[in-house]
Design a protein around this ligand. Structure first.
Ligand SMILES: [Zn+2]
Length: 292
């Protein structure tokens, strides 16, 4: 997809550098905004007003102290006024979103397909951050992701010159099937362990991801989610597992060390598929073919 532009990018190095740098800078600014969304949305605060302030001394943060990635390193991760530490996560998300934007443009060229995937990635990163912090997945954000995924399928069909409704419709059906599949997995797992094994937001999130990535992504997204979830949980087990466990939901539910924010790992798998989907799918099919 986006092949003519992609070839054009490859032919003119300075233009490539300019476009990729711009994509990185744009992405890191969006990353900075996503930090605000992750921090404020669960608390029911506005994401646009007021401007950023230090959570400790409440001094407003000047624009030159709010530059993505750079400011965190210039200030060595501390507030200019009260020296309270700012989490490295802020800079890490800005850096990651910037690099992701550049990666998408490099891979798919400039166009509606890359743009829709960037919007989807932004929504997913916010979902993952909030799930990590509060073990909650906001239904409105999942819905926004599903709609973006559908638009992305239309953009894909448009760039490939295919029918504008066949692919999107097929993706929508796959999303509904994916919802049923994960719901069933959760139901069986809950019966086995004798308690709620999966959060209510996970199956809808999986459905929205499958609408975005298409039917063929179902086995790989599940596989990557499961493997990475278990691996990272095992690695962080001595530090109390994955996610912020100091939360309690309105219904009194509180996560224990065993609980993993599954949305975080669904998103991680989806982001990997967005950038490396073809290579990952080939490797997977190759692996399955060898087993048979
Ligand atoms: Zn401060």
């Amino acid at each position: 997809m986006g092949d003519p532009l992609h070839n054009e990018l490859a032919l003119v190095p300075w233009w490539t550098t300019f476009v990729l740098t711009s994509a990185y800078l744009f992405g890191s600014c969006i990353g900075s905004f996503l930090n605000v969304v992750i921090y404020r949305l669960p608390a029911g605060k506005s994401v646009v007003h007021p401007g950023s302030a230090c959570p400790s001394c409440e001094q407003p943060i000047a624009w030159y102290d709010n530059l993505p990635v750079v400011s965190w390193f210039v200030l060595l991760g501390k507030c200019r006024h009260c020296k309270a530490p700012f989490s490295f996560r802020y800079a890490a998300i800005e850096l990651a979103v910037g690099l992701f934007a550049a990666g998408l443009v490099y891979r798919y060229g400039l166009g509606p397909f890359a743009l829709s995937h960037f919007v989807a990635a932004s929504i997913m990163i916010a979902i993952a951050g909030i799930d990590h912090d509060s073990f909650l997945i906001d239904t409105r954000m999942t819905l926004a992701l599903a709609v973006t995924g559908l638009l992305s399928q239309v953009a894909k069909a448009y760039e490939a010159g295919d029918s504008l409704w066949q692919g999107p419709l097929w993706a929508l059906c796959a999303g509904i099937g994916a919802f049923g599949l994960l719901w069933l997995i959760g139901y069986v797992a809950s019966s086995v362990v004798g308690e709620e094994a999966m959060g209510g937001g996970d199956a809808p999130l999986f459905a929205a991801i499958v609408i975005l990535l298409g039917p063929a992504s179902i086995p790989l997204v599940l596989l990557l989610t499961g493997i990475q979830g278990m691996l990272i949980w095992a690695l962080l087990r001595h530090r109390g597992g994955v996610g912020d466990h100091d939360v309690e939901h309105e219904d009194g539910w509180a996560p224990s060390e065993r609980h993993v924010p599954m949305g975080l790992f669904l998103v991680l798998a989806a982001l990997e598929m967005q950038l490396g989907g073809d290579a990952l799918t080939d490797a997977y099919l190759d692996f399955v073919a060898r087993l048979i």
